[in-house]
Ligand binder design. Structure first.
Ligand code: PGA
Length: 259
C-alpha cells in the first residue's frame, strides 16, 4: 500500500512556553501510543519552534518535521527570512510552500513560489506545494484557469524526478479556516484536473502525472475526513485548526490509516 500523508499546519499558534510544552508532551504521547506505519505524519510548527521540535518530538520512521515557509536564497542579507540550508541542517525534511495565507498577506507570487520550490530541492527539503482558488474565482468559473496557472508557474524548471517529491495540496481558499468544504466529487475533479495539467506539460507527461501525491486541505476534521479524503481517494490531508489538539489530529490520522 502506498503511504498516506497527513500534514499538521500549526500556523502562528502555540504562543506561550507552556502551550508549546504541553503540545509537545501530548503529541509525543499520541505518537508513542499509536503506530501508523502506512501514514507519514509531518508536523509544521512556527519557525522559532522548529529546532525545539526536531529535538523533542519522539523519533519514529514515519514522523517528520516541516516548516511553514522557506526563503529562496540559502544565506545572506535577507532580514527576517528563513534559510532552507539552515532548515535542512536542523533536520527539517519538508516545507509548506505557497500557502494561500502567504500569497494573500505577504504578496507571494507564483514566481516566488517557484524559486522557493527550487531552493527547497537544492537543500533536500521536499515541498508541500499549496494551490487553490478563491471564492470569487470559483464563482466566476475561473477555477481551472487559476489552478493551471499556479501549477505551471510553480513547477517551471523542475525535473521529473523532483516532481515526484512534490506533495501537492489542493487548498480551496474559501474552505480554509471555515466550516464549508467541497464535496468529494468536487475534490475528485480537481485531482483529475491536476493530473491533466501535468500530463499536458511536455516536461512531465502522463506517466509522471499519474504518480504524484495530492492532498486535500481546508477545514479538515474527523467528521469530514471521509468525504474530503477517503471518498475522493486523495493521498492524505493538510490540517490546520484540528492539528492544534494532538488527540484530535490523531483521530484524523486513524481514520485515514484504517481505510
Ligand atoms: P484549516 O487550515 O484546517 O484550519 O482550514 C488548513 C490550512 O490552511 O492549511
Amino acid at each position: 500500500m502506498e503511504n498516506k500523508i497527513v500534514v499538521g499546519n500549526i500556523k502562528m499558534n502555540l504562543i506561550s512556553l507552556m502551550e508549546k510544552e504541553n503540545y509537545v508532551k501530548r503529541l509525543n504521547k499520541s505518537i508513542e501510543e499509536n503506530d501508523f506505519f502506512g501514514t507519514h505524519i509531518i508536523i509544521c510548527p512556527q519557525s522559532v519552534h522548529l529546532e525545539n521540535f526536531t529535538q523533542n518530538i519522539t523519533q519514529k520512521e514515519n514522523v517528520f518535521i516541516g516548516s511553514q515557509n522557506t526563503f529562496w536564497e540559502d544565506k545572506g542579507s535577507f532580514t527576517g527570512e528563513i534559510s532552507p540550508a539552515l532548515l535542512s541542517s536542523m533536520g527539517v525534511n519538508y516545507s509548506i510552500i505557497g500557502h494561500s495565507e502567504r500569497r494573500e498577506y505577504f504578496g507571494e507570487t507564483d514566481e516566488m513560489i517557484n524559486l522557493k520550490i527550487k531552493a527547497a530541492f537544492r537543500n533536500n527539503i521536499d515541498p508541500i506545494f499549496c494551490f487553490g482558488e478563491t471564492r470569487e474565482e470559483r464563482d466566476s468559473g475561473k477555477t481551472q484557469e487559476i489552478i493551471a496557472r499556479q501549477i505551471k508557474k510553480a513547477l517551471e524548471g523542475i525535473s521529473r524526478v523532483d516532481l515526484l517529491k512534490v506533495i501537492f495540496a489542493y487548498e480551496p481558499v474559501w474552505a480554509i479556516g471555515g466550516s464549508t468544504t467541497p464535496t468529494s466529487d468536487e475534490i475528485m475533479e480537481i485531482k483529475i484536473l491536476v493530473r491533466k495539467i501535468l500530463t499536458d506539460m511536455k516536461e512531465f507527461g502522463e506517466e509522471y502525472a499519474n504518480k504524484i501525491k495530492i492532498l486535500y486541505g481546508g477545514s479538515v476534521n474527523r467528521k469530514n475526513v471521509e468525504e474530503v479524503c477517503t471518498k475522493p481517494q486523495m493521498d492524505g490531508v493538510l490540517v490546520g485548526r484540528e492539528s492544534l489538539v494532538p488527540y484530535d489530529f490523531f483521530e484524523i490520522i486513524k481514520q485515514i490509516e484504517n481505510k
